[in-house]
Design a protein around this ligand. Structure first.
Ligand SMILES: NC(=O)CC[C@H](N)C(=O)O
Length: 426
């Protein structure tokens, strides 16, 4: 991928240093080289600016022309829209987006670049990024590189100059759609459409592809700016086993800041091994895909329930729901964004939360005694559960994120209290 082609201004700023006016000429030459493979074959005129070179083909037959950035090639995935105004780096590195194209409804993306602090995992697992307008310059004191360079290095496709409002309206009306993103001009629309219609995300185990391969210890805490609540700094009062179904790093950092010593284990780590480790509590993390496609994880949760205090986040919450005897279902277009209002039914408070899920627990399917503790105020869906008799709590959204900015952080304190009480009563 020639980044000079993906964004001419990056080219002027960094790729051809030291020459002013001849840069335009240099760019034209590079552009013609990059277009010569597919573009020339199609008889496209060569132009000294970026022209549409990518297509997003949706399974409903619609074709959206766009300009590419990041990697090139052909990629299939489920298209979901995210209503966060920023936080795109956390979104790119959230493993729960594996297999999905994230379309940002905020039209302007990339202006703060990417930095060293906001990574939520070691990799970008999502299928690609769809945006309206790619910022032509980056300006932020933490910025380490541009969004385009970052995606290209990680081989992730992105497109811009596409009507994200129209696509979002379609997704809201018809539900999530499978799409194929391609920069390969020689692939026909019909071929791409066929690919989108022959691929599915439902029923696929995606967590085993993003989970760690072996257990490891986690020690990092959040930086001092987050020291408003927790008094666990420099202490390790609780030992936790955290199941990595695609865990976001800030969950681990927040738990460490609340005084937890954490062992992260792979998704297939046997419950018997966890029980042998005698932790004070177990965390079931967020993770991508369909909770019904991972019955082994539900079994693990079942074996641990009632024996140790547990906290489930997002995928972890859905697995808990199933392990308690409830059902999960696929939502029409899910919840993805940093501006979802949630009501805590115990306190009556409303939290502004970060969310990323396509599945939900059906509260009507849950056995008696299981309490719905939180409700998403946009659609009334279940956003949190508790089963106090067994020291169980769970949230469908992300208390470690900071969109409110810290409205939901108290959940970690509650988990610590749960472990403290269980320890005292043991
Ligand atoms: N963030 C998550 O854990 C996502 C949960 C689940 N994979 C869903 O899409 O509903």
């Amino acid at each position: 991928m020639d980044l000079a082609v993906s964004n001419p201004l990056y080219c002027f700023a960094s790729k051809v240093p030291g020459r002013r006016s001849p840069k335009v000429g240099a760019f034209i030459v590079r552009c013609s080289v990059a277009l010569s493979s597919d573009g020339a074959a199609l008889g496209w005129a060569e132009r000294p600016w970026k022209t549409s070179d990518a297509r997003l083909v949706l399974e409903d037959g619609s074709i959206w022309r766009a300009k590419s950035f990041g990697a090139s090639g052909t990629q299939v995935g489920e298209v979901v829209f995210n209503t966060s105004l920023t936080g795109y780096q956390e979104i790119l590195t959230d493993p729960s987006y594996a297999g999905q194209f994230v379309l940002m409804t905020n039209p302007h993306i990339g202006n703060t670049g990417v930095n060293f602090d906001d990574e939520e995992s070691k990799q970008c697992f999502l299928a690609g990024l769809v945006i309206r307008s790619l910022s032509i310059s980056t300006s932020n004191w933490r910025c380490a590189e541009t969004l385009g360079d970052y995606l290209a290095e990680r081989n992730i496709m992105g497109i811009y100059d596409v009507d994200t409002r129209a696509i979002t309206r379609r997704l809201r009306q018809d539900g999530s759609l499978i799409g194929v993103l391609s920069t390969e001009a020689l692939k026909t629309d019909d071929e791409l459409l066929e690919l989108s219609r022959s691929w599915d995300i439902v029923g696929v185990d995606l967590i085993s592809g993003v989970s760690c391969k072996a257990p490891y210890e986690w020690i990092d805490r959040t930086k001092s700016g987050w020291d408003f609540n927790c008094d666990g700094r420099d202490r390790e009062d609780f030992r936790i086993v955290a199941y990595d179904f695609g865990i976001k790093h800030n969950i681990l950092r927040r738990l460490a800041s609340y005084g937890c010593k954490i062992t992260v284990v792979p998704s297939m780590w046997p419950a018997s091994e966890t029980l042998k480790m005698k932790p004070d509590g177990v965390l079931f993390s967020n993770g991508p895909g369909d909770p019904s496609a991972v019955p082994y994880a539900v079994e693990t949760v079942k074996e641990i329930l009632g024996k140790l205090p547990v906290f489930g986040i997002c995928m972890g919450h859905q697995l808990l729901g199933q392990a308690l005897g409830g059902k999960t279902f696929k939502m029409k277009f899910g919840h993805h964004g940093g501006n979802h209002p949630v009501r805590n039914l115990r306190s009556g408070h409303v939290e502004i939360s970060a969310q990323n899920h396509n599945y939900a627990v059906d509260p009507a399917s849950l056995p008696e005694g299981v309490e719905v503790t939180h409700v998403n105020l946009n659609d009334g869906s279940c956003a949190g559960l508790a089963y106090p008799a067994w020291n169980i709590m769970s949230l469908q959204y992300h208390p470690e994120a900071s969109p409110g900015p810290h409205d939901s952080d108290y959940a970690f304190q509650e988990f610590v209290e749960l472990m403290k009480r269980a320890k005292q009563n043991a």
